[in-house]
Design a protein around this ligand. Structure first.
Ligand code: AMP
Ligand code: GLY
Length: 426
């Protein structure tokens, strides 16, 4: 086979997808739109933004792309998969209707309620005054406040007290810091426990689970500070024991896929369950309709199979005939290096030093990078994902940090405790 593949997106997830898909013996040409300085080294970058679905379609038709893989949520919610499919192209990802699971937290909660999935108790608010009245009436804090729509992973506040909850409601509903995503909000019960990411490949009916992983959402060591897109991840996540794995499949993934099918929006694509494991039970915090970033980096680093085969089987509704995916026994840890100021504002265009000296067992996946005058510069908040593979999580973390230490630019920072929870686990 001489396959031409297009990856849509330009983050760390897309660099890792490009890296893995390029290893497939079937693939001869690989494009990434818009890509980053990392994908430019292993694929052809196409200067079309991930949200420009019509322009992406025109490119894919012109180049006769055999398989398109959509990385981020925005083009999925905009209907990229529907559009490509209607035009006779093969594309991996959920339809716009199915992508509403991530596009609207209120839609998601409604699906969870009908399907009886375990999740935090919640209330929906359509105006500021009602939300304030409710916050005045509750006694227990923290409370979790969530903007309804997409907000690049920043639309959630775990509010420790009434004042900060109200401030966030005002920011979201009145100042509209996330635009229309803040027209409605959810306020929900705070769940205590440990988070894990459980990601599967689904074909509308059946699914194949990928290796477990854990993300680090907060910007600071010890899970302090604001939520981010993710500051690092590791796989496997020891909290997902074989028994927990069965529970998650039975109480969360299977009923979700059944409910989406019933609603006429069968889910095909990467389905990402963001979980809180609380008192030995899995609760669903959110569904994402795409692979996790940075979870993709350590998960694909451990994957032994041909990713193209797996994705094609899902498109064909044929996952029941592929076996369980095979993983390296080794663990993988990804440490994100970010721009000073992230998740707030930060300066771009700083030259990144130390990218040259590769060490064995480590991949440096790019995210917010660009090429300027022949040099690699930062162009986003999360810039690099230093991803190591080693026999244990501890060794993988050590290796990733060894590589990360040598890489810097003006203002760069990373969390120093990625994977510490797994390493210190009894
Ligand atoms: P979400 O986008 O809904 O996953 O929320 C982002 C992050 O906020 C999660 O990864 C959790 O760290 C935190 N979070 C969200 N909902 C809750 C909750 N009900 N209880 C505790 N933490 C939460
Ligand atoms: N790492 C969290 C996410 O991809 O949403």
């Amino acid at each position: 086979m001489h396959m031409k593949v297009l990856i849509i997106g330009g983050g760390g997830r897309e660099h890792a997808l490009t890296w893995k898909i390029k290893q497939s013996p079937q693939v001869t040409d690989i494009f990434c739109a818009p890509g980053n300085a990392g994908t430019a080294r292993i694929a052809v970058n196409v200067d079309i933004g991930a949200e420009k679905v019509e322009a992406l379609l025109a490119f894919a038709l012109k180049e006769k792309i055999d398989l398109t893989v959509v990385g981020p949520e925005v083009p999925l919610v905009l209907g990229a998969v529907d559009l490509f499919t209607k035009n006779g192209l093969r594309v991996f990802g959920p339809s716009a209707n199915a992508a509403q699971l991530e596009g609207s937290k209120i839609f998601m909660k409604d699906v969870l309620k009908t399907a009886g999935l375990p999740t935090a108790a919640y209330k929906i608010f359509e105006n500021h005054d009602d939300a304030f009245a409710y916050l005045d009436s509750v006694e227990k804090f923290p409370q979790v406040v969530k903007a309804d729509g997409l907000a690049a992973g920043k639309g959630v506040l775990v509010a420790e007290d009434r004042e900060s909850a109200k401030q966030f409601v005002t920011d979201v509903m009145s100042s509209k810091v996330f635009g229309d995503s803040g027209l409605r909000i959810i306020i929900e019960e705070f769940l205590e426990g440990e988070e894990a990411s459980y990601i599967v490949v689904a074909d509308g009916e059946c699914f194949v689970p990928l290796a477990s992983s854990q993300d680090h959402k907060r910007v600071g060591d010890g899970d302090k500070g604001l939520n981010t897109g993710g500051m690092g991840a590791y796989s496997p996540a020891p909290i997902i024991t074989p028994k927990m794995d069965q529970k998650i499949q039975r109480s969360i993934i299977t009923p979700l896929l059944e409910e989406m099918k019933k609603r006429g929006a069968p889910f095909t694509g990467f389905l990402y369950a963001g979980l809180m494991i609380s008192n030995g039970e899995p609760y669903l915090l959110e569904f994402n309709v795409r692979f996790g970033d940075p979870e993709t980096q350590p998960i694909l680093s451990r994957y032994n199979g041909d990713l193209v085969e797996l994705l094609e089987a899902a498109i064909d509704g044929n996952l029941s005939n592929v076996g369980q995916p095979q993983w390296k026994d080794d663990a993988s840890v990804c440490v994100v290096i970010a721009s000073g100021g992230y998740p707030g504002s930060y300066e771009k265009g700083k030259v990144i030093e130390g990218l040259e000296n590769d060490i064995k067992g480590v991949e440096v996946f790019h995210a917010g990078t660009a090429e300027k005058d022949g040099k690699v510069v930062n162009s986003g908040g999360r810039v690099l994902g230093i991803t190591a593979v080693a026999p244990t999580i501890k060794e993988a973390a050590k290796l990733a940090y060894r590589r990360a230490e040598a890489i810097k630019w003006d203002g760069s920072f990373d969390r120093k405790d990625i994977a510490a929870k797994a390493i210190n686990r009894k």
